[in-house]
Design a protein around this ligand. Structure first.
Ligand code: TXA
Ligand code: MG
Length: 331
């Protein structure tokens, strides 16, 4: 059975209340939602995605009251971030309340929470009256979905409903900031809210390195597995202005126009004006189109290393690591 498609948040809310799985659009990417307090429904989320249960889910709330059902304590700095950036592409990892199921948090004493800035998603959560646990709505390790169509294509036969919220405006997952007990706030995952914006509000914030992730957070690594967001074709990352090897079997992902477009089988230009905001919104969709295009090898230019460019480079690096090896690169 294929998932029912709806644009009615109340219908989606009803399905959630009945224990169903509902994929829904947020401003970042589509999420695969279940009632966070319904362990069986949450278990089905892991099953549908093929996601290992050591990888915790983000809980989505629609109000401060709902936040207090999930989180035991909101430290002052987290409070500041919430006031400044919610609803929006920021997930906070905070101490959890006991009755948030261990399956949601992979047994961690903390929970990742966010309030999405998507009106239909907020209406759905509000109408459901329960927090909604939702990872990105893609099979584990693969490219994240930014339209209802993407979700139907990859998970349509494993879930109950898709709330079509239109294309995602931000296009990259939320930035995750952990702030637990005495520890200083730390960025666990780069994403749709830039580090510059966060630092303008609360001052310098360290980014957990990949190595620290492995040493300290083997269970909690947020989308931080080295291989993730992977296309099915080999993907090679080029420096910003490096010229890809020409060929009709070559697909190119690039920020702005190339002078030699005709030498490639497919070219995806993310923003004619070089806007990183526009590039982020189009990134995952473009990666999917290249994966489906009649080419066999993909090349992508890295992005300027600031603002959303940092999160884009992060996704690109993991996508390349997760993709099959490029035979022509082997010597
Ligand atoms: O924008 C987003 O964040 C999207 C939309 C649907 O909200 N969701 C999303 O979920 O990207 P997912 O599951 O693909 O990535 C969530 C990441 C996981 O990799 C997980 O490791 C991390 O968040 N995470 C969740 N709870 C955590 C916790 N308590 N401590 C550390 N990391 C946590
Ligand atoms: Mg994901």
């Amino acid at each position: 059975m294929t998932a029912a498609l709806t644009t009615d948040p109340r219908q989606a809310a009803l399905t959630l209340r009945q224990g169903g799985l509902v994929a829904f659009g947020t401003e970042t990417v589509y999420g695969l939602g279940a009632n966070a307090f319904d362990v069986q429904a949450v278990a089905r989320v892991f099953e549908a995605k093929g996601r290992p249960t050591f990888d915790p889910l983000i809980v989505h709330v629609s109000s401060r009251e709902m936040l207090s059902q999930v989180v035991a304590e909101v430290p002052p700095v987290a409070e500041q971030l919430i006031n400044e950036f919610w609803p929006g592409p920021l997930t906070l990892v905070l101490p959890k309340r006991d009755f948030v199921p261990d399956l949601v948090t992979a047994g961690l004493p903390t929970v990742g929470v966010r309030m999405p800035a998507q009106p239909l998603a907020l209406e759905m959560i509000e109408a459901a009256g329960v927090p909604v646990a939702a990872p990105s709505a893609n099979p584990f390790g693969r490219v994240s979905p930014t339209t209802a169509e993407h979700v139907i294509q990859s998970l349509g036969d494993r879930i109950d409903m898709v709330l079509d919220c239109g294309p995602c405006e931000v296009g990259l997952e939320s930035t995750i900031v952990s702030h637990v007990h005495g520890d200083a706030p730390t960025v666990l995952r780069l994403g749709g809210l830039t580090v510059e914006e966060i630092e303008a509000t609360i001052g310098p914030v360290p980014l957990l390195t990949a190595q620290q992730h492995e040493e300290h957070l083997p269970m909690a690594a947020p989308g931080s597995l080295a291989r993730h967001y992977a296309p099915r074709k080999p993907l090679t990352i080029l420096r910003e202005h490096e010229v890809p090897p020409p060929g009709s079997d070559v697909g190119v992902l690039t920020l702005m126009a190339l002078c030699s477009e005709a030498s490639f089988g497919a070219v995806e230009i993310l923003s004619q004006t070089g806007s990183l905001t526009e590039a982020a919104a189009r990134f995952f969709g473009a990666l999917r189109r290249l994966d489906a295009a009649p080419v066999s090898r993909l090349y992508a230019h890295s992005f300027p290393d600031h603002g959303l460019g940092r999160a884009l480079n992060d996704r690109l690096t993991r996508a390349a690591a997760g993709a099959p090896a490029n035979e022509s690169n082997l010597t």
